[in-house]
Design a protein. Structure first.
Length: 330
C-alpha cells in the first residue's frame, strides 16, 4: 500500500495548473522513469519523445470573449467539474483494477491477463471514434455557434485525435497508438496481438462501454436536443475521457513496472514501454487541451449539461474497469 502522493495534471501556462491529491494504492513511479531521456529515434515510423510531441493548448483570446456573445464558462467552473471526477466511481474502479493487477501471481499472470487485453484492445481503439464524435458535435453547430469560438474549440480538439494516428505538430507521421499498443502486447506475451484478437471471445465489456459512449455523445445523453447543448455535452464528455485517462495510464504504467521489477524481467520479458510512457506523459496535456476547448466554446449556462456528461462517462467507465478488476480476480 503506497503513501499519499500528489498527481498533477499540467494544463499549461495558458490554461491552468491544478494539483490533484489522491490516495493511491500503487507506488510512486521511480524518479529514474520520470526523468530518464527516451532514446527512441525520430523517423517516419518512430515514436516521438515528450519534447517532440508537445501539443498546442489554445486558450481563449479577445476575439472569443468579444461583447455581444453569451458569457463563457469560467476556468474555476471547469476546475470544479474536474475535481468532481477525482472523487468519482472511476477512480475507485481504477484503484481496484491496479490492486488486482499487481496481485497476479508470477506463475499465472499470462492466462489472467490475456482476456483483459482482448477487452482493452477494443476499448482503447473505441476512444478514437469517441473523440471524432465529440469533434463532430462541435462542427455541427455551424450556423448556431460563433465562428471564432467554434474554430478555436476545434483547433484544440483535433490534436489528440490526430495524435492517435501518429500525427503531431512539426513532425512527420509517426507510429499510430494502435501500433504502439500492439508492440507493448507482443513484448509482454511474445505473440502477436492479431492472434489474441482473432482467437478471443467478443469483448463484451468494451463493446458495452463503446455503445454507451456513442449513444451519449451523439445524443446529448438523451437529455438535450439543440446543437449548442449537444456540443457542450460532447465537450464535457471529451474532457472526462481525457481527465480520467491521465489516472488510468499513469497508474497502469506504475503497475506494470512494479510487476516487471518483481518477476517479469526475470522471466525474460523485455517490455516495450513506449505505449504506456507516451500516454502516462501525454494524457495530462490532452486533458489540458480538452479543458481549453471547453473554455473557448461552452456557455456558462451550460455548466449543468457539462456536469451531467462528465458524470455519465464516469459511471460507465467505472463499470468497465470494475469488470476488468473482476476478470483479474477470477
Amino acid at each position: 500500500m503506497a503513501s499519499l502522493t500528489a498527481k498533477t495534471c499540467s494544463a499549461g501556462a495558458a490554461v491552468h495548473q491544478q494539483a490533484r491529491t489522491t490516495q493511491r494504492v500503487v507506488s510512486l513511479r521511480p524518479a529514474s522513469v520520470k526523468t530518464a531521456a527516451r532514446s527512441v529515434a525520430t523517423s517516419a515510423v518512430a515514436t516521438p519523445t515528450k519534447e517532440q510531441w508537445k501539443l498546442g493548448v489554445h486558450a481563449p483570446t479577445e476575439k472569443v470573449n468579444h461583447a455581444g456573445l453569451p458569457q463563457l464558462i469560467s476556468k474555476e467552473q471547469v476546475v470544479s467539474l474536474e475535481a468532481m471526477l477525482d472523487q468519482g466511481s472511476s477512480i475507485a474502479a481504477l484503484r481496484r483494477f491496479n490492486d488486482n493487477l499487481r496481485a497476479l501471481p508470477a506463475d499465472s499472470w499470462e492466462s489472467a491477463l490475456r482476456p483483459v487485453f482482448a477487452e482493452m484492445t477494443y476499448n482503447l481503439e473505441s476512444f478514437n471514434p469517441a473523440f471524432a464524435s465529440c469533434l463532430l458535435m462541435v462542427q455541427r453547430t455551424l450556423g448556431h455557434s460563433d465562428y471564432v469560438r467554434r474554430d478555436m474549440a476545434l483547433k484544440n480538439l483535433i490534436q489528440p485525435l490526430a495524435g492517435e494516428y501518429g500525427m503531431n505538430n512539426n513532425q512527420p507521421q509517426l507510429k499510430t497508438h494502435r501500433e504502439l499498443f500492439s508492440e507493448f502486447y507482443t513484448s509482454l506475451f511474445h505473440s502477436p496481438l492479431e492472434e489474441l484478437v482473432a482467437g478471443s471471445a467478443r469483448p463484451a465489456a468494451a463493446e458495452l462501454l463503446w455503445s454507451q459512449m456513442n449513444r451519449d455523445i451523439m445524443g446529448g445523453g438523451g437529455a438535450v436536443q439543440a446543437p449548442m447543448e449537444q456540443a457542450s455535452y460532447a465537450l464535457g464528455y471529451n474532457l472526462a475521457i481525457e481527465y480520467l485517462a491521465d489516472y488510468e495510464k499513469t497508474w497502469m504504467l506504475d503497475s506494470f513496472r512494479d510487476m516487471s521489477d518483481r518477476y517479469m524481467a526475470a522471466q525474460g520479458r523485455k517490455i516495450n514501454w513506449v505505449f504506456l510512457e507516451v500516454h502516462a506523459e501525454g494524457e495530462a496535456e490532452h486533458a489540458a487541451i480538452g479543458h481549453a476547448a471547453v473554455l473557448n466554446f461552452v456557455p456558462a449556462e451550460h455548466v449543468p449539461i457539462m456536469q451531467q456528461a462528465m458524470k455519465d462517462h464516469d459511471r460507465d467507465f467505472a463499470v468497465f474497469y470494475n469488470r476488468m478488476a473482476d476478470m483479474l480476480a477470477q
